[in-house]
Design a protein around this ligand. Sequence first.
Ligand code: GLN
Length: 251
Amino acid sequence: MAKKRLTVGWLYPDLMNIYGDRGNILTLLKRAEWRGYDARVLELGRGTVKGMAEVDVFFFGGGQDREQALVYEDLLEHKQAPLEKAVAAGAIVLAVCGGYQLLGHYYQTAEGERFPGIGMIDVKTEAGKKRFIGDVIVDSGIEGLEPQTLVGFENHSGRTFLGSAARPLGKVRMGSGNNGADGTEGCLQGGVLGTYLHGSLLPKNPQLADYLIRRALNRRGVSELSKLDDSAELAAHARILQRAQPRAQQS
Ligand code: GLN
């Protein structure tokens, strides 16, 4: 019997990959391998690429304004159509910070330069002068996620505002999140999960990694994943919550 497979598609690994974002790729691959999957990564750099229809989980990492300027046209020209087709067929996208911003309607730099996004999620982002930097704790709105909290690190000038078609990934308990004003963090819309959480995100939030893998493999008849020993990952998660306690109470 052919080995079960999980394919992770990594958008612009050479340009959109900061603050440890690569750790998300490793986490997705390892958690699938530990369950007997043949897990592989498909690097999706600039230009025409093959194989996006086979991808189960797409990852789009963060990048400074300079890197976003280098990828946004390629995203519109070469990736938008196959990405939308793959998501319509059940693939899932995890997008962090700069990647999250470019899946929206646009990202506007603090200097006023606007990079059009692909409008896959109903969000818009405008950078401010002050950067939001630091640890973040989010009370997620994803049903059945255990733990319900998500922990990570943010470093962005963009302020993201959600339109009516997008719902927040959660509410910030500590940190700035989407815009430092409305208390929301990230977004969930269709098969896209966007967030400002770097760190990297998934190693300290294994429950979210499994949520993404399960959703992506749902179309292949997978509804449950075998349990893994996450004691080390959850200890790191709990440590962040504990460490942040005094500051969380102040903010
Ligand atoms: N350049 C974007 C901003 O400053 C995204 C930064 C990032 O990906 N960390 O908001």
